[in-house]
Design a protein around this ligand. Structure first.
Ligand code: TRP
Ligand code: SF4
Length: 404
């Protein structure tokens, strides 16, 4: 844990799959924008992960990488608050992936539910590769590299966070147990001074005997404040609260991204594979045209037929974009045939165009200045590498590779 407060660190990644849409915005990106003010955030483009399934045709990856980075920036992810980088530009991830592979039981990887699911789902591809089996391990390396305590992901990724936790535990168990750990930890306690030592011991006991999580938190906070113990001692004492060895790689927690309620143009969830999306940077005319041609309540054939909002995908969009008054206007107007479907769609078009205004504004700056985007990423990659090198130094020496 050295000087890293892992509870304050957030890391997340996205595979470069092309331009993002409003579903990504209402789900993931708004969440990132919020998190960047509260935590030390690392957000990265998982281009190696894209290669695990697209190794036979990587031609799309490059343009997708830049489109996605511009989408992040346009959505309001701020390079001044968060570190933005590209996975393959931080080759340290590959080394950690390799080192962790030494202690990763094959069965753990084979049992990750996404493994068989994806092979089933992408049956047209040959995914019987070493790289694809290692997908969750690479993700574990991404996370553990930054000792991130919190990882925002969708529900489909929770099993990957779980295997990451198990790997961290296994790693700490195998390599965190130096000879004489207990004696060293006891020595470190004394160095904190009488009062703190007593407090630490009491908290440790309360946690170990009663499972008191508050005591665990308090003990961690106490260690964080200590000025006169070495980094190594601090790590020992972190681990010692819980009884084990040194905690070299802290276990992360999934921060479940609230499921995007963003409906697509057809009433199903907005998703590229359903072909029902509105792009994050869609131009206003296309937005208007996409909404105008949306299917409505199929029973409402003529303008004079009353309709039922509950059977209409346009209503789902009103639930996201309209206030109570407009919603009331839709309900009554639709059921009484008082309004036409085009009238009904107008406030949605307006709301989306309005929402996208600041997005377009920010995007324009980056679209017209690719060098600016590159330099943001260059800087992010450097920052990420600095953090990554710190972890790797510790991992190497814990694994007996400290000679150089
Ligand atoms: N597997 C993730 C996805 O498909 C992307 C990803 C790669 C990731 N590495 C990560 C997410 C690390 C969070 C943390 O969405
Ligand atoms: Fe749908 Fe609105 Fe038309 Fe009713 S009036 S069918 S809610 S688009």
């Amino acid at each position: 844990m050295s000087s890293v407060d892992s509870q304050q660190r957030v890391l997340s990644g996205m595979r470069p799959t092309g331009k993002l849409h409003l579903g990504h915005y209402h789900g993931v990106l708004k969440n990132w924008v919020k998190l960047q003010h509260e935590f030390e955030c690392f957000f990265f483009v998982a281009d190696w992960h894209a290669l695990t399934t697209n190794y036979d045709d990587p031609s799309m990856i490059e343009s997708s990488v830049w489109d996605m980075v511009i989408d992040w920036l346009a959505a309001g992810v701020n390079p001044g608050s968060a570190t933005l980088f590209i996975q393959s530009r931080v080759p340290e991830h590959a080394e950690l992936h390799l080192l962790l592979s030494m202690i990763t039981p094959l069965g753990w990887l084979e049992r990750v539910p996404t493994y068989k699911d994806q092979i089933e789902k992408l049956r047209e591809k040959d995914l019987a590769t070493y790289g694809f089996l290692g997908y969750p391990l690479l993700q574990s390396a991404d996370i553990l590299m930054y000792r991130a305590g919190r990882v925002p992901v969708g529900a489909d990724q929770v099993s990957h966070i779980e295997i990451t936790r198990e790997l961290a535990r296994r790693f700490n168990h195998i390599y965190g147990r130096e000879p004489g750990f207990e004696a060293q930890a006891e020595g470190a306690i004394v160095k904190m001074g009488k009062k703190n030592a007593k407090l630490y011991r009491a908290l440790k006991r309360r946690y170990q005997e009663e499972g008191d999580m508050e005591a665990l938190e308090t003990a961690r906070a106490l260690l964080k404040e200590q000025q006169n113990i070495s980094l190594g001692d601090r790590e020992r004492l972190y681990g010692y609260i819980e009884g084990g060895g040194k905690i070299i790689l802290p276990e992360p927690q999934a921060l479940l991204t609230p499921e995007s309620k963003m409906p697509g143009l057809d009433g199903h969830k907005m998703s590229k594979s359903y072909n029902n999306t509105i792009g994050l940077r869609e131009d206003p005319d296309t937005v208007a045209q996409k909404i105008r041609t949306m299917q409505t309540d199929p029973q409402r054939v003529r303008r004079t037929d009353p309709g039922e909002p509950e059977k209409c995908p346009v209503w789902d969009l009103h639930k996201v974009y309209s206030d109570d008054d407009v919603q009331q206007w839709v309900q009554t107007g639709c059921r009484s045939a008082g309004i036409g479907c085009l009238d009904c769609k107008k406030p949605i078009i307006d709301a989306i165009v309005e929402e996208q205004k600041p997005i377009h504004e920010r995007a324009r700056e980056y679209e017209s200045n690719p060098d600016l985007v590159r330099s943001i990423i260059d800087e992010g990659c450097e920052q990420a590498r600095d953090a990554a090198r710190d972890t790797l130094d510790e991992v190497r020496s814990a694994m007996g590779l400290g000679y150089r």
